[in-house]
Write a protein that binds this ligand. Structure first.
Ligand SMILES: NC(=O)c1ccc[n+]([C@@H]2O[C@H](COP(=O)([O-])OP(=O)(O)OC[C@H]3O[C@@H](n4cnc5c(N)ncnc54)[C@H](O)[C@@H]3O)[C@@H](O)[C@H]2O)c1
Length: 251
């Protein structure tokens, strides 16, 4: 029960890895807010947590919309009293089409940056006053190994996750005086229940060649590190990005 008594907001919790964070956080005692653009999927996550005996609510949220993010936070405070933990997991990811950067329209670029990067910024901005008032907070941003590898035909996504990585360092320096830690994880090649077009079988084979651990990742490979960053086990650690990448850089 490492998160007993804590309130955790998890964006993009309607499916995939975000849904797994929600279940794991609730199992560790947190009251969980499943926030997602898809309100039905957020509700399904919250219901799954509740049927396992945990406490969770769903809040339909568009993280790229400042008012929606403010409503997400004010509703959380209304329902659960405060916000202790924020996981910025929502992203345009599994629906993304890979294409050369010369074929990415400015609109498409802006949309990906608006959700993945600006959405992270807006959620941090909205929880900061509450965490400051509590002199306590844990913010975990979800970046990606593509920031290091620079994966081709993915430039909007790579840039958005680079912004998330850099923002983590910047906010750690601004929030440290209030005992708020800001860390990130950069996962690589995690299989979820959601099919996606962005990794072909050929690309999986290439990825495995570049990894020290020769297998595809699964959600249980990332949940533990995020739990660690959300708990007091990581209380003297901020501004860091943990690579959850099967040893990508060591091959
Ligand atoms: N799966 C991987 O291999 C992998 C690798 C590196 C990083 N990541 C990152 O981990 C996170 C989760 O990955 P996943 O595989 O579960 O992704 P996913 O695409 O399955 O899920 C993303 C979730 O975000 C939600 N979302 C999208 N736009 C939103 C918005 N504007 N406001 C609120 N919610 C919104 C979606 O509805 C969805 O529930 C993402 O940030 C992703 O970039 C994943």
């Amino acid at each position: 029960m490492r998160l007993e008594g804590k309130v955790a907001v998890i964006t993009g919790a309607g499916q995939g890895i975000g849904r797994a964070y929600a279940s794991a956080f609730a199992a560790e005692g947190a009251r969980v807010v499943a926030a997602d653009l898809n309100g039905d999927s957020a509700e399904s996550t919250a219901q799954a947590v509740r049927s396992d005996g945990g406490r969770a609510i769903a809040i339909p949220t568009d993280v790229s919309d400042e008012r929606s993010v403010e409503l997400m936070v004010s509703t959380t405070v209304q329902e659960f009293g405060t916000v202790d933990i924020l996981v910025n997991n929502a992203a345009i990811f599994s629906t993304l089409k890979m294409k050369p950067f010369t074929e990415i329209s400015a609109d498409e670029w802006n949309k990906v940056l608006a959700v993945n990067a600006t959405g992270t910024f807006l959620a941090c901005k909205a929880v900061a006053p509450i965490m400051r008032a509590n002199s306590y907070g844990r913010i975990i941003n979800i970046s990606s190994s593509v920031v290091v590898t620079g994966r081709a035909n993915y430039s909007h996504y790579v840039a958005s996750k680079g912004a998330v990585w850099a923002l983590t360092h910047a906010l750690a320096t601004e929030l440290g005086d209030a005992n708020i830690t800001v860390n990130a994880v950069s996962p690589h090649g995690i299989v979820t229940e959601i099919p996606r077009e962005t990794i072909s079988e050929e690309q999986w084979a290439e990825m495995l060649r570049d990894q020290a651990l020769k297998r595809r990742g699964e959600v249980s490979d990332v949940v533990g590190a995020v739990l660690f960053l959300a708990s007091d086990e990581s209380k003297y650690m901020t501004g860091q990005t943990l690579s959850l990448d099967a040893g990508l850089r060591f091959t």
